[in-house]
Write a protein that binds this ligand. Structure first.
Ligand code: NAD
Length: 360
């Protein structure tokens, strides 16, 4: 018997190739006169191109988005949009640029148009993570949800192979935890299964040929689905471990997700038979954690925390922190087994199904 609550997030999604060409028409339709384009310094060229495309309805560009959405950068950007009397934002980039747009929207209520260039999925969520003095604070607020998302496959053709792989597996992690979320529901589970299936085919193809447009389109479609999953339901152990490790040791975001995912899934596997059934089908395998470990290998992604720079001496403290203030998880957190999980991930060993020892 089904029993669920499902809230869909409102957003207009435009998907295809060359879709960014519709930006001037969208800006006009939304009645915007003075938009500001956001990007990272690395993608300033993209921002300048969009500025030219938008023409006189563009009031300026802010090309200083940074990883982890530092509040001091946001404050600079807010000063600029207020001085320019901007009435909308156009973010072109990955999760870092989208994060800046959301942080500005939180403070100004400006409407957001987002053109994603990675598979992170932030554009589909009402979640904002910000850092102040190195501390990350995360909040969920409908005010930060972008109004329009323009997925243009052309923007993703330049995403380097390695970043495509880790960004894609980061997205898969949202879908997998959605399948066994406390708020799982049939709509999101359908999207999640489809997303895992798309990515598992697209990522190896992109790795073999970064110019494969069909694979790029499949991956971007998967990214939309995964972002929708993340925006609709709560996450569990995998995300808790990644946030804990990332925060403690300043590890790179998508790479940390890529390393942890097979291990976290193997840990939860005994508690989530329905999700495992969906994943066996989506990944066409009897062993989904192993398939994810192999997928990371195929796309040349790191598979150990050691490679990411985590110190071995930090393992015990990481276990303590992950357990001290856990997210909801379908399986109880057993300290010995979480320790084994992190040790395996640290060394880059194959994921192990961690069974509880029943004594007596
Ligand atoms: P990113 O946005 O930091 O991008 C990484 C680098 O790649 C940047 O220098 C960027 O300019 C460059 N880049 C992006 N797309 C490119 C392309 N197509 N071609 C060439 N270079 C390109 O990385 P990300 O993984 O997209 O985002 C990570 C951030 O997003 C993290 O801070 C994470 O916490 C956040 N995030 C938030 C949510 C949410 O819902 N709030 C969801 C997912 C991720």
């Amino acid at each position: 018997m089904f029993e669920f609550t499902y809230s869909a997030n409102p957003a207009r999604v435009i998907f295809g190739s060359g879709t960014l060409g519709r930006l001037p028409e969208i800006v006009e339709e939304m009645g915007l006169q003075r938009v500001v384009v956001l990007s990272t310094p690395q993608q300033k060229d993209d921002a300048e191109r969009l500025q030219a495309v938008i023409g006189k309805r563009c009031a300026g560009i802010f090309p200083d988005a940074q990883m982890h959405t530092p509040v001091h950068v946001t404050e600079k950007a807010v000063d600029m949009v207020l001085a320019l009397q901007a009435d909308g934002l156009v973010a072109v980039g990955g999760g870092s640029t989208t994060g800046l747009g959301k942080a500005i929207a939180l403070r100004t209520d400006l409407v957001q148009i987002v053109a994603p260039t990675t598979y992170a999925g932030s554009e589909m969520t009402p979640i904002l993570g910000e850092t102040r003095d190195g501390n990350k604070m995360t909040q969920t607020n409908a005010k930060v949800l972008p109004e329009v998302v323009i997925y243009d496959v052309d923007l993703t053709m330049s995403l380097p192979v390695k970043l495509s792989g880790t960004s894609g597996i980061n997205a898969i992690a949202h879908a997998i935890e959605a399948l066994y979320s406390r708020d799982a529901n049939p709509v999101i589970s359908l999207l999640a299964k489809e997303a895992v299936s798309e990515f598992s085919k697209a990522l190896p193809a992109i790795s073999a040929n970064p110019g494969d447009r069909t694979a790029r389109s499949g991956a971007l479609y998967g990214a939309w689905l995964c972002g929708t999953c993340l925006g609709a339901v709560g996450m569990a152990l995998h995300h808790k471990l990644c946030h804990t490790l990332g925060g403690m040791f300043d590890l790179p975001h998508a790479e940390t997700h890529t390393v942890i995912l097979p291990h976290a899934l193997a840990y939860n596997a005994p508690a989530v038979p329905e999700a495992m059934r969906a994943l066996r089908e989506a990944l066409d395998t009897n062993d989904p954690p192993r398939a994810l470990y192999d997928l990371a290998g195929k796309v040349g992604a790191p598979r150990s925390l050691k490679e990411l720079g985590m110190p071995e001496s930090g393992i015990a403290q990481a276990v303590e922190r992950a357990i001290a203030n856990p997210y909801w998880n379908p399986r109880e957190l057993e300290p010995d087994l979480i320790l084994a999980l992190i040790e395996n991930a640290f060394a880059g060993r194959l994921p192990e199904y961690q069974h509880t020892e029943h004594h007596g």
